[in-house]
Write a protein that binds this ligand. Sequence first.
Ligand SMILES: *[C@@H]1O[C@H](CO)[C@@H](O)[C@H](O)[C@H]1NC(C)=O
Ligand SMILES: *[C@@H]1O[C@H](CO)[C@@H](O)[C@H](O)[C@H]1NC(C)=O
Ligand SMILES: *[C@@H]1O[C@H](CO)[C@@H](O)[C@H](O)[C@H]1NC(C)=O
Ligand SMILES: *[C@@H]1O[C@H](CO)[C@@H](O)[C@H](O)[C@H]1NC(C)=O
Length: 221
Amino acid sequence: MLFKSIASVLAIAGLAAAQTKEYTHGHADIKMNGIDAMFTFDKVPGGMNITVTVNSGINATAQILPVGYEYHVHVNPVGPNNNCMATGLHLDPAKVGVVKPCEPANLTTCQTGDLSGKYGNFIGSETGAIPTKTYLDTQLTFTGEGENAMLGRSVVIHNNGTRVACANLIVEGYTAPAPTGSASPSGTGAPQASKTPTSGAAKLVGSVALSGVAALMMLAL
Ligand SMILES: *[C@@H]1O[C@H](CO)[C@@H](O)[C@H](O)[C@H]1NC(C)=O
Ligand SMILES: *[C@@H]1O[C@H](CO)[C@@H](O)[C@H](O)[C@H]1NC(C)=O
Ligand SMILES: *[C@@H]1O[C@H](CO)[C@@H](O)[C@H](O)[C@H]1NC(C)=O
Ligand SMILES: *[C@@H]1O[C@H](CO)[C@@H](O)[C@H](O)[C@H]1NC(C)=O
């Protein structure tokens, strides 16, 4: 009996470890206003591997220079009816603020979500397609202390600062909390107000911890 209980405590501890999710892949598939672009995010040993593929819409004629097409990770999901304004500010857990331009050689001057600041604006082409780009980012993480996490975020493309296209950042294995209001954005379910991206996981771990306590009580009996 005692042995069996110890085994169950160990099994539950293993379960808790397995249920603390490790996210490794995310993507934002942008299809709006003639822009067709895919951003993928892969957790790799050196950081976050970002690949950007633009099939159309980043064209030289529509481009307003000198600013051109900027692209960022924004804090909130896309709003109802593809509302890019609902995505809020750039992901900026270090509270760098909008310092333009960020100096890629000195990352402390760059907002974590300021991808174009770190890697350069998109330069429009005749066809609207641009060569695939790959970046290794050392600031972005899927999980972390609240604000740092990329769960429940979005990616937005700007033209001269105007938000021209956006999409939710879909992280494999992560389900956004159900919207509380009646209006639901197209695509994935997305929270309306403040997010606590890790609360679901925390609750899960919490309940597993509780069963662990129950098992320990069994052990004591
Ligand atoms: C990052 O992604 C590119 C394109 O898929 C790939 O060629 C490269 O090996 C990846 N880098 C790492 C560090 O995984
Ligand atoms: C240029 O991009 C805009 C959207 O940004 C699109 O409406 C337009 O059709 C594009 N033109 C070409 C030639 O691709
Ligand atoms: C990087 O930028 C920060 C903030 O502007 C500055 O304090 C620091 O001196 C810079 N470091 C280097 C090596 O330029
Ligand atoms: C580009 O943005 C600047 C700064 O907001 C603005 O003054 C300018 O009018 C914009 N250009 C066009 C062509 O919209």
